[in-house]
Each structure stands twice: as C-alpha cells, then as structure tokens.
Design a protein around this ligand. Structure first.
Ligand code: ADP
Ligand code: MG
Length: 243
C-alpha cells in the first residue's frame, strides 16, 4: 500500500532520516517508536510532504514517485491519500468543529457545500462528536479536539492515516478514549502509521513495529519480536524505560 525506499531528509547538516526503507500493507497498522529527536515526526511529515524529503521513492498503491521528480500535482495527489493527525490537534481556532472537518473537503476535494457538510457530520458522529459540531476548539477538551482532528483525517478517505503522538498532549484521563477510537478505526481496516509512546497500546494494535534511532531503523519486526525479544541493547533500554 505504502512503501518508502532510500528515504532521506536533512536539516542543514543534520541528517534526520537516513536511508529509511519501510512498507505498510493495506489495512495494517505500522507503529514507529523511538526517543525524542529520533526523527519520527519528520518521517511522517515527509510522507505527507509537509516537509520536502531530500531523496527517495514513495509508492502509494500502484504509483511510485521519485522525490527528485515530483510535480506539484504529484504532491497534491500524495497529500490527498495521506492524512495527518497531529499531537497538538492543529485545528483552526476561528472555525467550528464542523467547519474544521469541512475545510479540506471544500478546498482540496472541491465538494459542494452541502455534500461537504453531510460528510463532515457523518465523520464527527463516528468519532462521538455529534453533540459538539458547532463548538469552537477553545470550548472543547483536548480529547474532543483530537476527535475532531481524527474526523478531519477520516473525512478525506485517505489511503493511509498518519498519527503523530495523538495522545501525548492529552490529560491522562482522556488518553484511553482516544486510544479506543484509534483501535476502532484500525479494526475498520484502515491503513495507519502511528507514532506513539503508549507501548502497551502499540503492542496490541500494531501489525509491525519500527524502532527509529537517530534517523535509522535500528530494529523492526512484529510487536512480539520488537517488544518481547529485542535484538539490540538500545531497543531493550528504550522499551524498558516505559515499563
Ligand atoms: P521526533 O519526532 O522523533 O521527536 P523530530 O522528527 O521532531 O523527532 O526531529 C528529529 C530531528 O530533526 C531533531 O534533531 C530536530 O531538532 C530536527 N528537526 C526537526 N524539524 C526541524 C526543522 N524544521 N528544522 C531544523 N531541524 C529540525
Ligand atoms: Mg515528534
């Protein structure tokens, strides 16, 4: 479904992603774990071209794009197939929950207003926000704002959803509800790439796990392999730090 090959990204002289190769199959959950600064967010952001990768190949479905030769149209096509859910929700503060979800449907997908409204309502209902559609973000809890962020990603019906630490800004009592929602979405056969520090959750929900260390994939495999029998001392230390 999604494949990256020889994927590289530097900021100035700092090579943040170093020759990344990864694949996620349709309906699977790929989880990326790793310390702060290891490049997890940059990896997601380059997949979505929020940050321009330096080089590499990205395959989405049957289409392969070479970063060296992507056009503006290609980038739009890639963005349409990959939706991001952000740690800090990234909602428009001057728009209601409904308007936040409608935004891309109107602007990017060019849906007529009534169709965008119906679709946005549908996905807000799906994430448990039927009663809050007309609320502005400032009147929503962090958990509710993240539900809007997730509805916004679902509404564009992407091939892959990229979750960047979706619960790490939440009050502890709100984390469980969002993890449950993500699990429901995963069970609906949604393909996802998830960055998280919720190790117990990662072990349950993932089909495949990558441990990113200083921009390299140090270790990858099934959740059982990576969490129960890590090959590398660094992976072991990292995982032990959470238990
Ligand atoms: P993680 O999400 O794993 O914490 P990031 O991808 O945010 O890591 O960051 C990886 C490295 O890239 C860090 O050293 C960070 O300082 C650097 N970095 C990230 N974004 C930028 C940027 N826009 N400009 C310069 N350096 C950046
Ligand atoms: Mg990050």
């Amino acid at each position: 479904m999604l494949k990256l090959e020889q994927w590289n990204k530097s900021f100035n002289n700092n090579q943040v992603l170093n020759n990344i190769h990864m694949e996620v199959s349709t309906g699977d959950v790929l989880t990326i774990i790793g310390s702060s600064g290891s490049g997890k967010s940059t990896l997601l952001r380059t997949i979505n071209f929020l940050e321009q990768p330096d080089s590499g190949l990205i395959t989405l479905g049957t289409q392969t794009y070479d970063v060296a030769h992507v056009s503006k149209q290609d980038i739009l096509a890639i963005r349409r197939q990959t939706a991001m859910v952000f740690q800090n929700y990234a909602l428009f503060s001057k728009k209601t929950a409904l308007e936040n979800v409608m935004e891309n449907l109107l602007m990017v997908q060019k849906l007529p207003e009534s169709e965008a409204r119906d679709k946005a309502s549908h996905y807000l209902e799906q994430v448990g926000m039927a009663n809050r559609m007309d609320y502005y973000p400032s009147r929503l809890s962090g958990g509710q704002q993240q539900r809007v962020g997730i509805a916004r990603a679902l509404a564009i019906q992407p091939e892959v959803i990229l979750f960047d630490e979706p619960t790490s800004a939440l009050d502890p009592e709100l984390v469980g509800g969002i993890l449950e929602l993500i699990q429901d979405i995963a069970h609906n056969d949604t393909t996802m790439i998830l960055v998280t520090h919720e190790m117990t959750f990662a072990k349950e929900v993932s089909d495949y796990v990558i441990f990113l260390d200083q921009g390299h994939i140090l270790e990858d495999g099934s959740p059982a392999q990576v969490f129960e029998q890590p090959k590398h001392e660094r992976t072991k230390q990292f995982i032990q730090g959470f238990s």
